[in-house]
Design a protein. Structure first.
Length: 247
């Protein structure tokens, strides 16, 4: 089974870590639970057990091999940077059974079956936007990140907007918004955006969790550039909202 982890605009995500564990001997009324309530393998079912761990590379792909018939739990144990949402769905149920021709096995996914499997699991979020898709041509796990926007005005000492050609840069230094202790040690950046406006109003959308620095690189005519940089932390306030903190 090969799964491609993707994010915004379907781009592949590197650094996602997954485990795949066989939890039931088969799908249906005769299924037997391979692990007991303490998480230990039931001794007489040890031959059915399967557990593997894999990470996504630059192509976003994760592969698991040697799967036999049965029901498996796929878990994302480490989300890619920028996609560590609170209370996001991180576990899915897939099953392996014979194909329609009966001459081989195929992996299938049924959301309703997954919901019934997790019916007593309060941590399961059936309406989350992390979406697993299994089909014959392509298997994907689409990760969703919370984003926010930054709006600000360039003003004079009286608080009036300066409507003149001005340029700022917004540099993302770290995926960790609390990386303040290492701020001076960071020698590279993750993303870099130039903001140039002539009406004194600036806006940038789709900012995700992380540590940013805002710098003025070209001041309006007749004005001096800001003599300091502005450190911006973007953190998750809750599961659906990011908060923006300036220093």
């Amino acid at each position: 089974m090969c799964i491609r982890a993707s994010g915004k605009t379907d781009r592949p995500l590197q650094g996602a870590v997954f485990t795949l564990k066989k939890v039931l001997t088969e799908k249906g009324g005769n299924a037997r639970q391979i692990y007991d309530n303490d998480g230990k393998i039931v001794e007489e079912l040890s031959d059915y057990a399967y557990y593997a761990k894999a990470s996504s590379g630059s192509d976003g792909k994760v592969s698991f091999t040697d799967l036999s018939q049965g029901v498996y739990e796929l878990e994302e144990t480490k989300a890619p940077y920028g996609y560590e949402r609170l209370n996001a769905q991180r576990k899915w149920i897939v099953y392996v059974e014979k194909n329609e021709k009966g001459d081989g096995l195929e992996v299938k996914y049924d959301k309703e079956y997954e919901k019934s499997y997790y019916k007593d699991d309060k941590s399961y979020n059936e309406n989350d936007q992390n979406i697993l898709t299994i089909n014959k041509d392509r298997n994907t796990l689409s990760n969703t990140s919370n984003t926010t926007e930054l709006k600000f005005n360039k003003v004079d000492r009286d608080g009036d907007v300066i409507a003149s050609d001005t340029t700022f840069t917004l540099t993302k230094l770290s995926h960790n918004p609390d990386d303040l202790d290492n701020l001076k040690k960071i020698s590279s950046y993750i993303d870099y955006t130039t903001l140039r406006e002539e009406d004194g109003t600036f806006e940038i959308k789709d900012l995700d969790r992380g540590l940013y620095v805002l710098s003025e690189t070209k001041a309006p005519e007749g004005y001096k550039k800001a003599d300091r940089e502005f450190v911006i932390q973007i953190k998750e306030k809750n599961d659906t909202c990011l908060s923006l903190l300036k220093q």
